[in-house]
Unconditional design. Structure first.
Length: 413
């Protein structure tokens, strides 16, 4: 039916009317009639019909009323009123295609039916019945054809709207996927690269204060390394801020996994690094963590790395941190608390920095909720990773073996 929609496109009304008028002229000039030539009355009624069809091609109501009126006059004055009959039927077709609602269609249909029936008034019953049957062609066909075209046009419009909606949805999903990727890249960049740089800066800073009697050239090197590392951290933070799109972050786009048996050694390496930075770490690790699933194991490792690094950065290297990781009824209870200054750590913006944001995202993906805030003596971060955390995502993602204790796993900053 698509050819009907193209043939009766609303923009081509004038073309259809021109063709209709040319057809009417051919009928009057070429087709044989009962008389040798069309009568003057036929021309008088045909020319206005042609003119109105052209002049009112964008006004279906005006065209319908005018063509029906000319048909009523033709029925009463001439015998062959085919031109006016076709004009009125075609006007009904255009009316059906263009009307805004069904009420106008049925009013136009009723008007044409009443005018057509005036030709059969006073006829014998058989002839009157024949006139009624003729209405199926004169009125029924235009209405039916117009409704079919109207329905196909509506279906085409709905198909276009669905296609546009699907395209918008696809673009939205693509934007969300890219935002997730940016979030994952920003988190791993913060957790891995920035952590190493922060560790180097902290160690250089400790060395500068501990080693007081240094060769000036060595001191200059320390100062240069410390300044370069600090600048690199600032650049990394700016890069992470750019990658983290607040409107698009929807959680983890990529979860890496760790071999369960390597988790205790990886956590131990993180504790050693914190101790090397000057933090006293008291660890209470449940042996059952060695049997955790890969996804929760990686989450525990990253949370531990981030929390211990934050203790060194914000509570000071003289702080005491207590790490607790316990497995109870399949759920992982994790907590890091320190005895730092208390209150909000210096340099941490409202709502936490990028590290807290990454920790919260990891926990929420696994169905938990991260709690971070000051205590009477310092700062505490804790969460519970439920036993029903989804592992399906980990099976389809690359597995990364944690480094051994001699080659510690990367830690965040």
């Amino acid at each position: 039916m698509s050819w009907l929609v193209r043939l009766f496109d609303l923009r081509d009304t004038l073309v259809r009317m021109v063709l209709l008028d040319l057809t009417g002229l051919c009928y009057l000039l070429v087709v044989p009639h009962s008389t040798s030539t069309p009568t003057t009355a036929q021309w008088v009624l045909a020319v206005p019909a042609f003119t109105v069809a052209l002049a009112a091609h964008r006004r279906p109501v005006v065209n319908m009323v005018a063509q029906t009126a000319l048909l009523a006059v033709a029925i009463s004055l001439i015998d062959d009123f085919t031109i006016n009959q076709v004009g009125a039927s075609w006007a009904l077709l255009e009316m059906t295609m263009r009307a805004r609602g069904p009420r106008a269609i049925w009013l136009a249909t009723a008007l044409l039916v009443m005018v057509d029936l005036t030709d059969s008034i006073g006829d014998p019953p058989r002839r009157f019945a024949s006139g009624v049957v003729g209405l199926a062609v004169e009125v029924g066909v235009p209405v039916l054809l117009g409704l079919v075209i109207r329905a196909n046009r509506e279906l085409s419009r709905q198909a276009v709207e669905r296609a546009l909606a699907e395209q918008r949805q696809h673009e939205s999903e693509s934007r969300a996927a890219r935002a997730d990727e940016r979030s994952a890249i920003a988190r791993e960049l913060h957790d891995v690269v920035a952590h190493h740089v922060a560790s180097m800066v902290l160690r250089v800073g400790v060395a500068r204060h501990v080693l007081t009697d240094l060769d000036p050239r060595v001191g200059e090197v320390f100062d240069d390394v410390h300044g370069t590392g600090t600048a690199a951290l600032a650049e990394l933070r700016r890069l992470v801020a750019v990658l983290r799109n607040p409107d698009g972050v929807r959680g983890d786009a990529a979860l890496t996994a760790i071999e369960p048996a390597a988790l205790p050694a990886a956590i131990g390496a993180s504790i050693d690094r914190a101790r090397q930075a000057g933090v006293t770490v008291e660890a209470d690790l449940d042996p059952a963590i060695g049997s955790l699933d890969a996804v929760r194991g990686m989450a525990v490792l990253r949370l531990t790395q981030e929390a211990l690094t934050n203790v060194a950065k914000h509570a000071g290297t003289s702080a005491v941190a207590r790490l607790v990781v316990a497995v109870r009824d399949g759920a992982v209870h994790w907590e890091v608390a320190d005895n730092g200054r208390g209150g909000v750590p210096a340099g941490v913006p409202a709502g936490g920095g990028h590290g807290i944001t990454g920790m919260r995202e990891r926990v929420e993906v696994l169905g938990g909720r991260l709690e971070a805030g000051p205590t009477e003596t310092g700062w505490r971060v804790r969460t519970v990773l439920p036993a029903n955390a989804t592992e399906a995502s980990a099976r389809s993602l690359p597995r990364v073996r944690a480094a051994s204790a001699g080659s510690p796993a990367p830690e965040p900053a």
